[in-house]
Design a protein around this ligand. Structure first.
Ligand code: PGA
Length: 237
């Protein structure tokens, strides 16, 4: 059984969220994590059985941080997880490993769990430095947080070139990177963490991906906003 996490980004408006909640009622959703847009967290809490995550969290505590959402606010909404370091934020908001450390500290203070995204660009993969880059993202973050919190982190390996493109690595490439990440974390920090795969997971490739025993689950973007999400949940046995 894989862990399924839906990252709904800003794909859905309120009406579409209500429709999504309605059609996913057909599937067993109480062990699936959905990370809705902030405005709809309450709606999911009220009307669905999903476990809730946020797509991001402020690196600061409550106070003068206009436009941000704090870890304590997320907690008060019944959220249990937050994504940190998604590549779209690293790229568009210039989010750094240092900021991700702050975010993990805020989540720890509130007893919330983290889904930390790592992954290389196509250029890095072609140059043969994908593993070095992913390792640097992990080490620069994990070296600087409380080691007791590590067990609360799920790592999502999301090659940037696979996100939203319909292109996925081969199963062998996913296995190779997943094993590398797990071994690195085990060797350096003596913990076994879950490692998910993310990037263009869909109805059309889920059966092939499900053959990979090494992967503990998926971080799913676009397909977690459509009816095909039911299919992905139902194939998860
Ligand atoms: P995608 O997004 O499934 O639409 O490629 C995954 C993600 O960004 O987490």
């Amino acid at each position: 059984m894989k862990l399924l996490i839906g990252n709904q980004k800003t794909y859905l408006n309120k009406e579409e969220v209500l429709k999504f909640i309605e059609f996913t009622k057909k599937s067993k959703c109480d062990d699936v994590i959905i990370c809705p847009s902030y405005p709809f967290i309450d709606l999911y809490k009220e009307k669905s059985d999903f476990i809730l995550g946020a797509q991001n969290v402020s690196e600061k505590v409550n106070g003068g941080t206009t436009g941000e959402i704090s870890a304590s606010q997320l907690k008060s909404l019944g959220v249990s997880y937050s994504i940190v370091g998604h590549s779209e934020r690293r790229k568009d908001q210039g989010e750094t490993n240092e900021q991700i450390v702050n975010k993990l500290n805020r989540l720890e203070e509130q007893g919330l769990n983290a889904i930390m995204c790592v992954g290389e660009t196509l250029v890095q993969r072609e140059k043969g430095i994908a593993k070095d880059f992913v390792a640097s993202e992990i080490i620069e973050t994990f070296d600087n947080i409380n080691k007791d919190y590590l067990k609360n982190i799920i790592v999502a390996y999301e090659p940037i070139w696979a996100i939203g493109t319909g292109i996925t690595p081969t199963n062998d490439e996913i296995i190779d990177m997943t094993n590398y990440i797990k071994d690195l974390i085990k060797d350096k920090y003596s913990v076994d963490l879950k490692v998910l795969y993310g990037g263009s997971v869909s109805k059309s490739n889920i059966d092939e991906l499900n053959k990979i025993a090494e992967v503990d689950g998926y971080l799913i973007g676009g397909a977690s906003t459509k009816e095909e999400f039911n299919y992905i949940i139902e194939r998860n046995v």
